[in-house]
Design a protein around this ligand. Structure first.
Ligand SMILES: [Zn+2]
Ligand SMILES: [Zn+2]
Length: 469
């Protein structure tokens, strides 16, 4: 017998923050903007009650620390900021606690990485709290980063919350480059061009220099598959380490006074890569677009007389999985082969393959990769246990982990997907790198032959979804 019991109570599991944490920031403007709150004792009996059930239980690892219940989920804005700046280990611990408490209070969700290298934040903030976040950023965070923390880089497409919860993680490096950090100098900062300067320089380069600019996409292959700057070299990279290797190969034989242009989503990857190219390889000038594709996209949207040099969609690492810059669909649906720029992960959690999949195929195959083992598992589980899904987080039903994952651009009820996997089971593909859809599913359309071979009819198409496209 199952019951739905797992809602906001789990917020009580949130760590309380003691005032001594703040002492680690002597100069900090101790919460002028925010008040840190403690759990209310009156709510505890409800939590104990929830724990009394064993067949269906909430998974604690996803308990929210953010007070999202106080805010309207449809008003969230997605944004990012970062800074390379040395932090000590004690500073990191204190900063983690402080960000969890203060951002949690503002209902902010997202992923924040901090390391002795600095900070990298990708978050979503309720619109009504943006002014408070701006003050917090300017008056508290910026001084900690010597006054030049990147400004809040607000995305171009917004919908409901683009992250499920708030995570602050301490990492060895902000982005893993595979190099010995003593071989390069992060203070050798590359040239940061405004989107207008970037556009102007790239547009006039050939005319001025008689050759095309060296323009490198510093992102992974699946990101550049759905969008890129015209004329860019897009390395077939699985990781940032691969991008760095490709960058070094591309630049190896070039004269050191050759200008290099590079870009990534928000700028952090190029800030590091550019510093490496300038300090370790001796290049005079590496240009990047300040705020990356995100800020270029925001700028070009306002230009009535200019055509975008970026084509397609800017892949993002949140539930939206991208922001449209132009209407071009540069990828292909892995199932039907039609033009498509929509990514999904197979909803069978032990598969989880990242693939391009059009809305029609996604709905027809229940957000799976359409392999029989994935479709059948998800279909069967959805049929028998649908009533147990809870938007507040994962539940366990007889040892099977299931949750509705808010997905897609607008994060409305119809775009939620159900993710299913046995407890403790992780992706069944190779873990040393991200397995590509094409290796598991073959060329677009090939996976559907499995169905014919097994003598199975394809699942019915959902007319509503087709009409909605
Ligand atoms: Zn399709
Ligand atoms: Zn699958």
């Amino acid at each position: 017998m199952f019951r739905r019991l797992f809602s906001q109570q789990s917020t009580l599991l949130r760590k309380t923050v003691h005032s001594k944490t703040l002492a680690a920031f002597p100069k900090a403007l101790a919460p002028t903007v925010l008040q840190i709150t403690m759990s209310k004792c009156s709510e505890i009996p409800a939590l104990q009650q929830a724990n009394a059930f064993s067949t269906t239980s909430a998974l604690e690892r996803n308990f929210p620390v953010s007070k999202i219940e106080n805010y309207d989920s449809s008003t969230y804005k997605t944004l990012a900021f970062y800074k390379f700046h040395p932090l000590t280990k004690p500073e990191l611990e204190a900063l983690k606690e402080k960000l969890l408490a203060d951002f949690g209070e503002l209902g902010i969700v997202g992923r924040i990485y901090i390391s002795t290298e600095g900070i990298n934040a990708q978050i979503a903030c309720p619109e009504e709290c943006l002014p408070k976040l701006q003050v917090y950023h300017d008056e508290y965070l910026k001084p900690m980063f010597d006054g030049d923390l990147m400004d809040l880089n607000i995305g171009t497409e917004h919908g409901k919350r683009s992250f499920r919860a708030l995570h602050v993680r301490i990492r060895k490096q902000l982005i893993a480059d595979g190099l010995d950090p003593s071989t390069y100098d992060l203070t050798n900062v590359p040239s940061h061009l405004s989107p207008a300067e970037w556009h102007e320089k790239l547009t006039t380069y050939e005319e001025k220099h008689g050759k095309k600019p060296i323009l490198i996409d510093m992102r992974n292959h699946y990101e550049s598959k759905i969008g890129f700057f015209d004329g860019a070299i897009c390395p077939d990279a699985d990781t940032y380490k691969d991008s760095i290797t490709a960058m070094n190969d591309i630049c190896d034989n070039l004269p050191r006074d050759q200008e290099i242009f590079m870009y990534c989503t928000g700028g952090i990857r190029c800030t590091k890569a550019g510093a490496i190219l300038q300090s370790a390889s001796g290049f005079d000038t590496v240009h990047l677009v300040e705020g990356g594709i995100t800020s270029y996209g925001r700028w070009i949207e306002e230009q009535k007389d200019k055509e975008s040099l970026f084509r397609g969609k800017n892949f993002t690492f949140d539930a939206r999985m991208g922001e449209k810059i132009t209407d071009e669909l540069l990828g292909k649906c892995q199932l039907c082969g039609e033009p498509c720029n929509r990514y999904q992960n197979c909803s069978h959690a032990s598969c989880n393959i990242l693939m391009l999949c059009c809305p029609s195929c996604s709905s027809q195959f229940l957000n799976t990769c359409a392999r029989l083992q994935c479709y059948d598992t998800v279909h069967e589980f959805m049929d028998s246990t649908k009533e147990h899904y809870h938007p507040a987080g994962p539940v366990l039903v007889d040892g099977v982990r299931a949750f509705t994952k808010q997905g897609e651009k607008n994060m409305d009820a119809t775009s939620n997907r159900v993710v299913i996997g046995k407890k403790g089971v992780s992706c069944d593909h190779e873990h040393t790198r991200r397995t590509r859809a094409i290796e598991v599913l073959g060329e677009p359309g090939e996976v559907l032959k499995e169905w014919a071979k097994a003598g199975r009819d394809l699942p019915p198409k959902h007319m509503n979804d087709i009409n909605a496209q």
